[in-house]
Design a protein around this ligand. Sequence first.
Ligand code: GCO
Length: 442
Amino acid sequence: MPDLKIIKEFPDNFTFGVATSSYQIEGNSFGNSGLSHWDHFSKIKGNVYNNESGKIACAHLPNYKEDIKLIAEAGFSAYRFSFSWPRILPDGKGSINKEGISFYDRLIDELLENNLKTFSTLYHWDLPEIFMSKGGWKNRDTTKWFADFTDIIMRKFSDRLNSIATINEPWCVSWLSHYLGEHAPGERSIESGVKTMHMILVAHAEAMQVIRSHNYNNAGIVLNKQFVQPFDDIPETLKVTNLADEIHNLWFDEAIFNGVYPSQTLDLFSQYMPNNYEKDLVKISQPLDWVGINYYTRSLIKIDPTESFLGYKSVNGDLDVTDMGWEVFPKGLRFLIERFHNKYSKKIPIYVTENGMASNDVIQDGKIKDFKRIKFYSDHLIECIKLLEKDIPLKGYFAWSLLDNFEWAYGYSKRFGIVYVDFNNLKRIPKLSWKEFRKHLK
Ligand code: GCO
């Protein structure tokens, strides 16, 4: 039987938490929220499984106390959540929705009362719908509006936030959403993809400047990393594997920590880059207090002549896959963090801000026996221990996710939670993985 005994090997000051995001759990129809571009995207047939949306999601708004109890009872010491921009500013800017402010006020107070550290994110993909007609993240003005939104968060909440992340997963916000078209706004254009690969980092920089103007000093960014390996060893494959590594990983690392973009990708992107992008790199590379790494899987990179722009596609090898079809490769987590640590800042604290798996969970005799998930967590935590043994400043680990929730284009068909949600009646039922965390965290 898999277990999470490994937890006992972590130092006492290591932070164990769970993560969620606003649009995936809150329920956008509650609390007078404005619409997000995900509300728009999910209305268009074919974008989201079963035409589902985040309208109700886990109805976290009316149930947040129960959800926080589940975090505290399992023994976690931190909760990673995000602020919904349209919930606070239904028109993206201008007048504030009091109910939105009141919700986060109560949420944060409830977390603190339960001795949970508040790890917040400013942007986990819920762009106010109203900005879509203005070009969304392609428009530099959006980065300024994001700075204004950041200022509101800082004024209202920063004294109660243990940690602030600017952007969650810039690769997903840009490439996945504007070139691959899989996420809102669903664009499939090279120009949009490239533009947003830069603009989202400008947004990060603008937000950081606002955060610093409030003398706040525990701020960072959350990067999703993909472990890429060549499908075969012909030179052309090695070349495109480096390109994939740059687009997924090094584009962001190099810009944020070295103030440059990696050359192979920049050559390919250059004709689409915004004017004077070099100037922005100065503020994009301002110092951070920590970095968050989200890790799920590896990809094998294979030459694909039908992909005329990049020339490759990602394929699976022969490893076990999760319900998302993603290969399980725990070593990749260690490799990516170690490489990051050696290449960039040796001192910057690192958090695993997301790690987890989807499985096709079912209730049997009132129980959800998600043994595969327990093993997944255990195998990845073993890699974290190895990092600590090398004195790498890994400070915490957040399981994705507290609840089964709105898994973006997959709707409610993919279950990532350590707590099962019955989407017919919104009842929460802790899975065995939740119980296993509780057993070893308490
Ligand atoms: C992410 C996403 C989550 C997803 C998770 C599983 O930050 O990648 O933030 O929202 O649900 O990654 O796909």
